[in-house]
Design a protein around this ligand. Structure first.
Ligand code: 13P
Length: 251
């Protein structure tokens, strides 16, 4: 039994107008009541952060952004700083998502800058790692994830000002309907669990989430694995019924 509180985060990616975001956040808050044994986080697009923050006020559900820049302010057209995210009501921020790496030139070095800036601003980063299908087929999964951890966490220690969360998201499982099996996932999670204290010192409290085609059907079996502390959910977080079922399976 893990002593870590499970965390279920919904990454809405580039979905939801303000009206849709408000409605979805409201439905999720209504479904997440009572003595919740799960931490629930919603990551809407930037435009909907303050709208969703208003909906979440008074509920235990927390707000996340999907990315951040590392500078606090300045002439960086189009960028959003950790301080602005904090100001908008965010508790968490996703950093290093594979879609940022793939489409927007994110590297382990920029991930490292973002992790440091997020922590310094009082945000909890959800730090994403994961291999491509080519890397998995070449037997490179642990090497790739290891390098992402080493370079992403360079210069950080276990006593970060805010808790860090790691999300293992195999790129080939994202949005494809191909979920890593609980065994495949547990292998990488166990590797990350061993690696974190080597890199950070004490890291027992760090939650390691799984992401990649998580659904109400597969979430319970994934959550049973010893080193899986929750899920980062994309598609199935866009509807309240499927997301609430995943939350229920984690509790
Ligand atoms: P899907 O759940 O749609 O595969 O997305 C996973 C993801 O990328 C969450 O960050």
């Amino acid at each position: 039994m893990t002593k870590r509180l499970p965390l279920i985060a919904g990454n809405w990616k580039m979905h939801k107008t303000l009206g849709e975001a408000r409605a979805l956040a409201r439905e999720i808050c209504q479904g997440v009541t009572g003595d919740l044994k799960v931490e629930v986080v919603l990551a809407p697009p930037y435009t909907a952060l303050t709208t969703v923050a208003a909906e979440l006020s008074g509920s235990p559900v927390k707000l996340a952004a999907q990315d951040t820049f590392w500078e606090p302010q300045g002439a960086f057209t189009g960028a959003i700083s950790p301080l602005m995210l904090k100001d908008a009501g965010c508790r968490y921020v996703i950093v290093g998502h594979s879609e940022r790496r793939q489409h927007f030139g994110e590297t382990n070095q920029t991930v490292n800058l973002k992790l440091k800036a997020a922590l310094a601003a009082g945000l909890c980063p959800i730090f994403c790692v994961g291999e491509t299908i080519a890397e998995r087929q070449a037997g490179q999964t642990l090497k790739v994830v290891g390098r992402q951890l080493i370079e992403g966490l360079a210069g950080l220690t276990g006593d970060t000002p805010e808790p860090l969360v790691v999300a293992y998201e195999p790129v080939w499982a994202i949005g494809t309907g191909l979920t890593a099996t609980p065994d495949q996932t547990q292998e990488v999670h166990a590797f990350i669990r061993v690696k974190l204290p080597e890199l950070l010192g004490a890291a027992d409290d760090i939650r390691i989430l799984y992401g990649g085609s998580v659904t109400p059907e597969n979430s319970a079996s994934l959550m049973r694995e010893a080193d899986i502390d929750g899920a980062l959910v994309g598609g199935a977080s866009l509807k309240s019924d499927s997301f609430l079922k995943i939350i229920a399976a984690a509790g």
